[in-house]
Design a protein around this ligand. Structure first.
Ligand SMILES: C[S@@+](CC[C@H](N)C(=O)[O-])C[C@H]1O[C@@H](n2cnc3c(N)ncnc32)[C@H](O)[C@@H]1O
Length: 214
């Protein structure tokens, strides 16, 4: 198991369940190392929308990312965990809705959150994210691609389960198409790429990377 995974999980060691969850999540989720590679050398502030308990920030810190992080998360309990474990790490975490994030200019990351919004909100949010990229800034957004595929059907089933179990308080299953995900960034003149990001999971996850030209 790589050291950023252990270092990130160590921050949660006072809660046994969160510690083991963090170990598993950071080890298995391919988006964490992919995002760490993207942002490692960035000096821009990073906005993390739907940051959960700050695990991605913990992983980024363990991977050499040193820029300021601003995390926005709907669930106040997760925010207090994030503050407790990362308060000294040049990061701030706020309870709030990703949809109305505060003014920002820098990089943006949003993993597995976009499907909580309806069509109009998704476009408004993606447009604001595109407008919040500094010159040379990058947005990394993991999402479930809406397409005819067995992976897509399984992703829907998993979403239902995490909501029923209480881990994710909100519900919503509005998974976007590739055109819906890229529209705002193409309109803003960004370079856009999309690659599979499901790792060893059976889900239909993709990572969109949009880079604003200098
Ligand atoms: C699947 S989790 C992903 C957590 C984190 N991005 C990560 O990858 O480790 C989705 C998170 O988004 C949060 N969330 C859902 N709707 C939100 C909203 N409107 N604004 C902010 N956070 C939201 C949930 O509470 C949950 O913590």
């Amino acid at each position: 198991m790589s050291s950023p995974v252990r270092q990130a999980a160590q921050r949660y060691r006072r809660w046994k369940n969160l510690y083991y969850y963090s170990l598993g999540k950071a080890f298995l989720d391919p988006a964490y190392p992919a995002v760490a590679r993207l942002f490692r050398n960035s000096t821009l502030p990073l906005l993390d929308l739907g940051c959960g308990m700050g695990l991605l920030t913990a992983y980024l810190r363990a991977s050499g990312h040193g820029s300021h992080v601003i995390g926005i998360e709907l669930d106040a309990e997760k925010v207090s965990v994030a503050r407790e474990v990362l308060g000294e790490a040049g990061a701030e975490f706020h309870p709030g809705d990703a949809f109305s994030f505060p003014p920002h200019l820098g990089d943006v990351v949003m993993l597995d959150v976009i499907h909580y919004f309806d069509d109009a909100q998704q476009q408004a949010l993606l447009t604001r994210i595109a407008q919040s990229l500094a010159p040379g800034g990058v947005a990394a957004i993991r999402f479930t691609l809406n397409e005819r595929h067995w992976r897509f059907a399984l992703t829907r089933a998993e979403e239902w389960f995490v909501h029923r179990s209480g881990w994710i308080p909100t519900t919503g299953h509005n998974f976007p198409t590739a055109e819906e995900m890229t529209r705002a960034f193409v309109a803003a003149g960004c370079e856009v790429t999309m690659e599979p990001m499901w790792g060893c999971t059976p889900f239909n996850s993709y990572l969109l990377v949009a880079r604003r030209r200098d």
